[in-house]
Design a protein around this ligand. Structure first.
Ligand SMILES: Cc1ncc(COP(=O)(O)O)c(C=O)c1O
Length: 445
């Protein structure tokens, strides 16, 4: 296959995407800014508002179904990125698409190697092939681990607020989510070790599902936190499942500690890590992921509990090329997100007193306190009259008044009731427009 042929296909793919309807209409002030800054600093065109409407995007197209007839300027709830993927990924996929056969694949050694090399290069983690298990995503892998270790109807402890799908997947594995509430102090979230210790010591608990960096609060748990967590897990003889899917998005003034690298015998015995290229390279459509642990018996036990290890062809190609050749793209996106978060924090503190926000240590998710706004519009009693949650009322109110859709915090369990979650993994031009629109809506309250 010639290079010219591949380039031609790539151009075709890109051109067809260019004909999709434009997602937003930016106010004039932002458009000017956009034109001035876009090409100057942005090797991967991150400032570009890349249209995603009518592509069956869960983040965008679901919202037009949920709010029929309502003009939505920006959908900022679901956690994926709005940017074009790294060009090397498009190239690799395009090349494979030209081979017109989609039979079963033999997962190549090079795919395993790309994961092992990435973990070594980026996190200094030494992993061998027998410590690694492929998966069709982080959530299916977590389900497998729960099925392997937690009997039916036992409890799996997780922190609340916590990512909504974790609750769903614990239930799908026939277990019960048991919330250990995070403590919020001075604008920061902390683990409650007394509560954890009590819960993990119960007879019907076999696992603690930790998320690091944490979704939705964005906390990165410190080395000390992790050591204490591992010790409690060992003392109570429960597994420590560590979902580190967001680990490649860390604020420039924060540190992420992978549990696998801890100098802790307890962590080496009990910790199981779940990761994927899903968040880092925005490849959630491809359904890939992986699990690793120090103890190879843990890997065998998860495999034997019926875990599905298959990978799909394009997922393997995209993930492998991402790990081998797209780190520059990831670093640029991560740094762009860091700046977006700073912008959001400064803007909210200065311009929107009805809401409160402290920049997170990791993730591209801004967990924003809307309590004052909810109170000002009587969200609770208005919602009760309609038989809904006040978060539903607040979300709809914001969509109607500003055209901006954010994720409802109550869906993240207890502690989320007063929050909405904004995904800042988008063009800064669009982000500024969203903030401006939210400010204008707040001013009318
Ligand atoms: C903490 C966490 N785990 C898992 C997932 C989903 O992982 P996957 O799509 O690989 O199943 C998400 C997606 O938002 C997440 O935030």
């Amino acid at each position: 296959m010639t290079k010219e042929k591949i380039n031609k296909s790539r151009r075709r793919l890109i051109q067809s995407a260019g004909t999709l309807p434009i997602a937003v209409s930016a106010p004039v002030a932002f458009s000017d800014d956009h034109q001035k800054n876009y090409k100057k600093h942005d090797a991967f065109s991150l400032d570009e508002i890349y249209p995603r409407w009518k592509t069956d995007s869960a983040k965008w197209d679901l919202q037009t179904k949920r709010f029929p007839g309502q003009k939505i300027h920006a959908a900022m709830g679901i956690a994926d990125l709005d940017f074009r993927t790294a060009p090397v990924i498009t190239e690799a996929i395009t090349k494979r698409v030209l081979h017109e056969n989609w039979g079963y694949i033999l997962t190549p050694d090079s795919y395993y190697d790309s994961i092992i090399n990435w973990l070594k290069k980026r996190y200094d983690e030494e992993i061998s092939r027998d410590q690694l298990l492929l998966a069709t995503g982080v959530l299916p892998a977590i389900q497998s681990a729960i099925r392997a270790y937690c009997p039916k109807n036992s409890k799996v402890v997780l922190n609340s607020p916590g990512y909504s799908e974790l609750y769903v997947n614990i239930r799908k594995a026939h277990c019960i989510p048991d919330e250990s509430p995070l403590i919020k102090k001075d604008g920061k979230y902390h683990l409650d070790f007394d509560d954890l210790s009590k819960r993990l010591g119960k007879d019907d608990v076999y696992a603690f599902l930790l998320v690091n960096p944490h979704n939705p609060t964005g906390n990165c748990w410190s080395k000390n936190d992790l050591k204490k967590v591992a010790d409690v897990c060992e003392q109570k003889n429960v597994m420590l499942f560590s979902d580190e899917i967001h680990c490649d998005f860390i604020a420039e003034d924060s540190t992420f500690t992978p549990v696998y690298s801890l100098d802790s015998e307890a962590a080496k015995k009990k910790a199981v890590v779940f990761k994927s290229t899903t968040k880092s390279f925005n490849l959630s459509a491809f359904k890939t992921g992986y699990v690793y642990a120090h103890d190879t018996d843990v890997i065998s036990k998860i495999r034997e509990a019926g875990h599905v290890e298959f990978a799909n062809t394009l997922g393997v190609i995209a993930s492998e090329v991402a790990y081998n050749h797209a780190e520059k793209w990831l670093n640029q996106v991560s740094s762009y997100i860091n700046e977006n978060m700073i912008l959001v924090e400064e803007y909210i503190n200065k311009e929107i007193p009805l809401i409160k926000f402290n920049r997170p240590q990791g993730t591209y998710l801004a967990w924003i306190d809307f309590k004052t706004w909810m109170d000002a519009i009587d969200a609770k009693s208005n919602a009760e009259k309609r038989g809904e949650n006040k978060g539903d009322y607040m979300e709809r109110h914001l969509v109607q008044k500003s055209g901006i859709q954010l994720g409802r915090g109550y869906r993240f369990g207890s502690g989320g009731e007063n929050y909405l979650r904004m995904n800042v993994g988008t063009s800064r031009v669009l982000l500024k427009e969203a903030l401006e629109r939210i400010k204008l809506a707040a001013k009318k309250i």
